[in-house]
Design a binder for this molecule. Sequence first.
Ligand code: FNR
Length: 374
Amino acid sequence: MSYSALLSPINVGAMRLPNRVFMAPLTRLRSADLPNGTKNIGGLPTPLMATYYTQRASSGLIITEATDIAADAKGYAGAPGVFSDAQIAGWKMIADSVHQAGGHIAMQLWHTGVVSHYSLRPQGQPPVSASTVDLGDAVRTSLRDDEGKVYRVTATPAREMTTAEIKQTVDDFASAARNAIEAGMDVIEIHGAHGYLIHQFLYESVNQRSDEYGGSLENRMRFLTEILTAVTSAIGSDKVGIRISPLGQFNGVDAGSEDDALAIIKLIDSFNLAYLHISEPDWAGGKPFTAEFRRQIRDTYHGVLIGAGGYTAEKADALIRDGLIDAVAFGRSYIANPDLVERFHQNAPLNKANSATFYGGDQEGYTDYPALAQ
Ligand code: FNR
């Protein structure tokens, strides 16, 4: 079996990429805390993270783990940020190293909204979201204990954002995008998926606002529209991608309808971005997209379309060949196979990912998965 469509070059924004085997954004919670005791607010990229990403530089495009746009955006202990000079310098080390190895790298930017915990917040205050919500155990997040070990907790109920906070968050997305480009990232990816803040605004299960950001779908899309406008004017639309997760149920946010998803995709299409990245629902227990819905997405979106979620090389190659997507982001296969592209070239077997070492910890289950030659 040869995967000639998946392994063929592609233009994305201003980049010419050697293959369509992209690395999906993967939260690994290994960034460093600040030395001054504010242990959960650090989010500093480390040399170990540079090794991890550089090992995967043969990917057509590495998309980084979700990265906090501001201290206020934080929802997971150990997730990195891109809002301080030290964080920008740390990411520069990573981007330079990936580029030296011949790779390309996009940074995923997030605000976690209700998926947070008061102990991660700058003044220990409750998280913010589209509306005041308590989703109980449907929303959990990760903290670190004194030894740095990650453990899970129920998220703290969130308070509705004021209009001023919404505007501030839109600005935070734009300044984080500028910071990412300053750090040498080729592209940024807005995290509009998986029940985080942007997704919380899009659907009524969390967004019960009665102002211009709630109610009709047009109003619920206003926050996303403002972010896309601000980020594309800050760094240029050819350096901006976005990830969404239509029909997937995450963190207490509804799966939504196909019609709503197509309306959101139509809005995104109007921004002429570098790409649209779709996290499909089946890897997380949802129903697979129908062939008809895939065709409607393709007809609605006119740029580069990335598929993700439960893909094998066979499925990726077939859907690219059928013209339904242009590239595929692999998640767990990339955790376990730094040389995934080479393995696809050789049709070689894949290492299995160990889920016990997905979140937090050290090099074990992070930089020690063997490449083929080893
Ligand atoms: C993820 N996923 C994810 N998605 C995202 O948009 N931002 C993120 O930071 C993360 N973090 C993350 C961590 C871990 C450990 C896993 C397993 C998944 C989802 C990921 O990008 C991908 O969509 C899924 O893993 C499904 O693709 P695979 O693994 O079936 O190829």
